[in-house]
Design a binder for this molecule. Sequence first.
Ligand SMILES: Nc1nc2c(ncn2[C@@H]2O[C@H](COP(=O)(O)OP(=O)(O)OP(=O)(O)O)[C@@H](O)[C@H]2O)c(=O)[nH]1
Ligand SMILES: [Mg+2]
Length: 190
Amino acid sequence: MKEQVKLVFVGMTSTGKSSLIQRVIQNQFTQSSPTISVSCESLQFKRNGVNINLQLWDTSGSEQFQQLSQTYYRSCNAVAVVCSVDQQDSFVRATQLVHQIRSMSDDNIRIYLLLNKIDLQTSGIVTANKLADAQFAKLFKVSAKTGENVQQFIECVLDEFTESLESFMDEPSVEVQRAKMFCCCQGKKK
Ligand SMILES: Nc1nc2c(ncn2[C@@H]2O[C@H](COP(=O)(O)OP(=O)(O)OP(=O)(O)O)[C@@H](O)[C@H]2O)c(=O)[nH]1
Ligand SMILES: [Mg+2]
């Protein structure tokens, strides 16, 4: 059995979305240029006997591609909303994005807040904590440059996906419930 996890990175331009994806895929940090349009990379994992294809979708933070980005987070399992410690505007943008994602996506979508570039300074942490609390989103303080907490974030996405899959499996399907009802009626007739 192969499951697909679609994780989309959104956030203001220059917050480090492409650099974070590069850290996950290649475990390196090199200068990147602004993303044009959308791109996707994928990685294979195995969790509790389930093969998982993790797709990492990179979107552009620039205005001209906003419409396009929306079409990607409409159909994904999880979104990483990226802010940067040195860009105050990125917190405002992150709040707008969380609202937009919630209004346009499935209720089951997981929203994570990533505070990137923590190698530079720690000044954005208080704002990011407040934002995460207000939006009920899990916060990861990360650095694409040093790699700090990046793997932990990916592990969390995979773990939460696996847990949701297991709880879904535990729920009796409509067919099973119907079958139970049917058996019950049969029993009473006898
Ligand atoms: N110090 C530091 N710089 C970073 C980090 N992550 C990214 N950068 C730098 O920030 C700049 C923007 O990074 P990108 O990854 O291109 O940002 P982006 O969010 O993909 O930007 P768009 O594609 O325009 O939306 C680049 O100069 C990166 O080298 C980090 O963790 N620490
Ligand atoms: Mg980019």
